[in-house]
Write a protein of this length. Structure first.
Length: 267
């Protein structure tokens, strides 16, 4: 670590925050598959579903957010609804939340699902529903997940569903009736943990945005990437570790500045 002017530490901490970058390092394949899926189904007016799996910090949400931003103009003719299932009180809360997003009157009981099905099979633009933290919708009998994944298969459906979850086997475990590998079941996209090389590139690209000499030494970045890839391959953890390292040095430098002897040798 190099002793720097205070502003570079602020910049370094800023670029190490978990935000959606312009380009996602090491996720070119996954980004391409997501983009292709949206073009085929939303723009091609073909209802369908995609199940995105991967451990926390492997870039699932960041990739989907990036692709939605990049394809904003292309998707302008359709309706996009993004919901984080973690924010719901219970699995069944997804239905009133979705009705509200689609501007439908909130019904209760069976009528709630019936009105949504009626809306999603009526004439109109394609509806892209992105559900993050999908594992939160697991319930007894899995009726909520079945209902959602069966909607794109309804005659005249205009729903394209993208579900994101940590569990690799959610569809096999919870939705065996849909046959995850059959034509009717959801398409699967898995995000593997980041490798040491990918994490190093992510950290280098972020810190490369800070002007001047490198704030963090290249060997330190590689050490951090090696440790994190061995444990989890979680990019958020790697960014967090580096951000904390910058904070520690910033405090040290600030302390040294305060303790500098006064000119003329006065204590």
């Amino acid at each position: 670590l190099a002793p720097h002017a205070g502003t570079c530490y602020q910049q370094a901490k800023q670029v190490l925050h978990v935000a959606v970058p312009e380009r996602l390092q090491g996720r070119e394949r996954e980004t391409g598959i997501l983009r292709q899926f949206l073009r085929e189904h939303v723009l091609g007016r073909r209802p369908g579903s995609l199940y995105v799996s991967g451990a926390p910090g492997t870039g699932k949400t960041a990739c989907v957010s990036r692709v939605l931003l990049d394809c904003k103009d292309e998707l302008a003719g359709s309706r996009t609804v993004v919901l984080n299932c973690m924010a719901l009180g219970s699995p069944h809360s997804i239905f009133p939340a979705l009705a509200e997003q689609l501007g439908l009157p909130v019904a209760i009981g069976r009528e709630r699902i019936r009105s949504l099905e009626k809306h999603l099979t009526a004439q109109g633009p394609m509806v892209l529903l992105v559900l993050d933290e999908l594992d939160q919708l697991e319930s007894k009998g899995q009726d909520v997940l079945y209902t959602l994944f069966e909607w794109p298969q309804l005659p005249s459906s205009r729903l394209v569903l993208v579900g994101l979850a940590n569990a690799l086997d959610l569809t096999d475990r919870s939705l065996p009736r849909l046959g995850a590998h059959s034509a009717a079941g959801p398409q699967l996209l898995h995000f593997p943990p980041y490798t040491k090389e990918q994490l190093t590139h992510i950290l280098q690209e972020r810190l490369g945005q800070v002007a001047g000499d490198p704030v963090l030494d290249s060997a330190a970045l590689q050490f951090c990437a090696r440790k994190v890839s061995a444990v989890s391959g979680d990019a958020r953890k790697a960014l967090d570790v580096c951000r904390r390292a910058v904070e520690v040095v910033e405090l040290e430098v600030r302390g040294q500045t305060l303790l500098k002897p006064l000119p003329g040798g006065e204590s």
